[in-house]
Write a protein that binds this ligand. Sequence first.
Ligand SMILES: O=C(O)CCC(=O)C(=O)O
Length: 359
Amino acid sequence: MQSVILWYLLCCVLRSAGYIAQNNPQSRKTAVYCHAYGLKQLLKSSRVRKVGSGEDDVLNCWKKKKTGNEKYTTSRMTEFREDGFLVLEHFFTAEECDSMRNQIQKIVAEMEVPPHCRTEFSTKEDEQLQAQGSSDYFLTSGDKIRFFFEKGVLDEKGNFLIPKKKSVSKIGHALHAYDPVFKQITHSSKVQELGRKLGLERPVVVQSMYIFKQPGIGGEVTPHQDATFLHTEPLGRVLGFWIALEDATQENGCLWFIPGSHTSGITRRMVRAPSGTSTCVEFVGSEPGYDDSQFIPLPISKGGLILIHGEVVHKSELNSSESSRHVFTFHVMEAKDTSWSKENWLQPTPELPFPSLYT
Ligand SMILES: O=C(O)CCC(=O)C(=O)O
């Protein structure tokens, strides 16, 4: 703190010098910049204090490597609050990532392709039945381990056009509850510790997904806010944990974010459609057209974790590269003083009430 005050005072001196040199706009500009920078550092430092410097230790050790004195000085919590996302490099070890990848390989090897994918339809009615089957399969997947495929990988008779294991787009939505490897990772002591650092008092795990982003065909995920799909009252209670199981790059479809876009609520909600309607869900509101230049890419290496605020706008692009981009992701809700929307597609069930993160 003392060094920050000294830095601030130095900036004031520089600023005054800038004013003395009235006829030299460049030196005045530099001095004003120094003053503003000093003030920013001072404010930043006081915000760090509010969070509690002791509380930041664990987060600091996962900090992205920086050079010299810059290392370990900024508060990761402040970054998260300001940006709506946080990159924690090397959160998981390569062995932990490989154990998840090996486990998913076994699950895929034993996969039974859902019947609605295999249904051949020759009439409009068959087509509707197939769509209904696919909707039900999705709507009831919250407490199961189910398989979803990339577009265009099955012919109209339900035969795979490419090897089955290369066709899966994602597996969801309860690996965290029913698979021992993913359960252990989700409830690992480092995740729980991070939850505590984030101030979560009664966090519950609402869903999990393994996303493959297959080489060449892994589809884009259009810009969205997670609270569109996972709505709570009040907002701001949902948090995504996104774990890179191999390097995620711009080429293979890393995440992109609009920094600071988590502070103005949501513009769209996906709600369950009334029973009897042909679609299982519908959208209320619409996603604004975002300017591409607002997004920044967040490439991250294997083992890294990205924390995603429920309202931050993010996306990922088509994987047109030759390497896959596997991730395991799960979402947590702070259940204290929060209500989960009954209109959300995903609902807790008697078989699987949302489990506490801290068990
Ligand atoms: O992994 C991706 O490509 C997108 C994931 C995502 O948007 C999310 O988990 O909210």
